[in-house]
Design a protein around this ligand. Structure first.
Ligand SMILES: C[S@@+](CC[C@H](N)C(=O)[O-])C[C@H]1O[C@@H](n2cnc3c(N)ncnc32)[C@H](O)[C@@H]1O
Length: 418
């Protein structure tokens, strides 16, 4: 079925704003939909997918759009829509546009030069090639340029994974178990979950399998004192609270009040009552100092470049720069050092990011260890064995979309000497 003829113009209009990279693309798209309430669900889907296809393939499309007629923004919009919905679904094309689009959709991407195949900014491609070689970098880039599947986590306080699988099957939703996370379910399509009782009653949460694994390697247990230091909207907080079986105390800190506020409705759906959210001014806030030396486990899910989440946020690769990464490195080291003070002897500190860059990952972990003689590294191999997670890792957790079908994540576990 053809899309409404206005869809290409909507994609063009959203692209004009999104490609200025003044804010997150998903925020711009949501605002546009609020301002255009008459757009139907199918059209919205096509507009969003078309815009995201352009963000994913910007370099290749900009090169394709050098030829053809009409404005460059229209050509980009048409390429994005053709990717998202197929050329035949686009209404209102001129004969020339139709012919031009057909030509580009038939291009064998494998014949393009590396930068156009990878669709990454040159500085990032260079760093990935240095580390992985051309072939490895390309495999990673191609996986990062695919939309992510929809992963769910079952809330063990309310349901078993098998029960949720049956309920999904009854609702006609195709699902499979995630390979590594014991409570994860992967959906092939993206159904609207918001109105399903499974979601409304807190039996499931949306959470990437990689993020579920990060929460699991914290190893939080019943009755413990745990801090989620950079809790944000609480994706990992909810998983930690459930792992603690709603006992003990789980502090959810963040400097961003707005993000933390999003945790409230999720908490009430989840049935957790062991979570204590707290806005902090910075990593040395009095609320943090009061807990010094008292905490069993702290998760630092640090602010980072987000380059491991390009499947969901493809605009991040165009918005980050080498300079912004350096700024983040300063914050990451400071937050980790601040959070370390909370750990009691024998307790564990987990440093995590959704970045793929060693300077945000291994290098921060190594610098922390050399400055904190009272902490040792717990090799990830041991942590994964404790948690019975069937993943091959050495010292650190390094999840990569092309190898593990998750977002890109890094984690290091440190233990305070007794
Ligand atoms: C990667 S996000 C956290 C995502 C969250 N853990 C989740 O699973 O949804 C990083 C968070 O760190 C917060 N942050 C930044 N600086 C901070 C600081 N000094 N102390 C605590 N949190 C901070 C940001 O507001 C952001 O919400």
């Amino acid at each position: 079925m053809r899309l409404h003829p206005s869809v290409a113009a909507h994609v063009e209009e959203v692209l004009r704003e999104v490609l200025r990279f003044t804010g997150p693309a998903d925020v711009v798209v949501s605002r546009y939909f609020r301002e255009h309430p008459k757009l139907g669900a199918r059209e919205r889907g096509a507009v969003a997918e078309g815009v995201f296809a352009v963000l994913r393939n910007k370099l290749a499309y900009a090169s394709f759009a050098e030829s053809g007629q009409g404005s460059q923004m229209r050509r980009l919009a048409l390429l994005g829509l053709a990717d998202a919905a197929g050329v035949d679904a686009i209404a209102g094309l001129t004969a020339d546009e139709q012919e031009w689009l057909q030509r580009f959709t038939q291009i064998d991407r494998a014949s393009l030069p590396l930068p156009l195949r990878a669709n990454l900014p040159p500085w990032l491609l260079e760093r990935l090639v240095q580390r992985e070689g051309e072939e490895g970098a390309l495999a990673l880039a191609e996986a990062l340029n695919q939309p992510a599947p929809l992963d769910l986590r079952v809330n063990i306080l309310k349901a078993k994974r098998e029960e949720v699988m049956s309920a999904l099957a009854e609702a006609g939703i195709t699902a499979e178990l995630t390979p590594y996370a014991p409570l994860g379910i992967r959906l092939k399509k993206k159904p609207a979950l918001q109105n399903m009782p499974l979601f409304r009653d807190g039996l499931i949460e949306v959470q990437d399998e990689g993020s579920q694994l990060l929460a699991q390697i914290v190893g939080a247990k019943r009755g413990e004192m745990v801090v989620d230091f950079c809790a944000g909207a609480g994706g990992k907080t909810l998983a930690l609270g459930a792992a603690m079986r709603n006992t003990g105390r789980l502090y959810a800190f963040d400097v961003a009040e707005k993000r933390l506020a999003k945790l409230k409705p999720r908490l009430s759906r989840s049935g957790l009552s062991n979570v204590h959210p707290g806005v902090i001014a910075h990593e040395n806030d009095a609320k943090v100092k009061r807990l010094a030396g008292k905490i069993d486990r702290v998760l630092v899910d640090a602010p980072c470049s987000g380059l491991g989440t390009l499947r969901r946020n493809p605009d991040m690769k165009w918005r980050q720069t080498p300079e912004s990464v350096v700024e983040l490195n300063v914050k990451q080291a400071a937050i980790l050092a601040g959070a370390a003070r909370l750990i009691k002897p024998g307790g564990r500190l987990v440093y995590a990011t959704c970045s793929l860059l060693p300077e945000e990952n291994e290098e921060i972990a190594a610098a922390f260890l050399s400055a904190h003689a009272d902490f040792t590294l717990v090799p990830m191999k041991e942590v994964l064995a404790e948690q019975k997670i069937a993943l091959e890792m050495e010292d650190y957790l390094k999840l990569q979309p092309h190898l593990h079908q998750t977002d890109g994540f890094f984690a290091a576990v440190f233990e305070r000497r007794k």
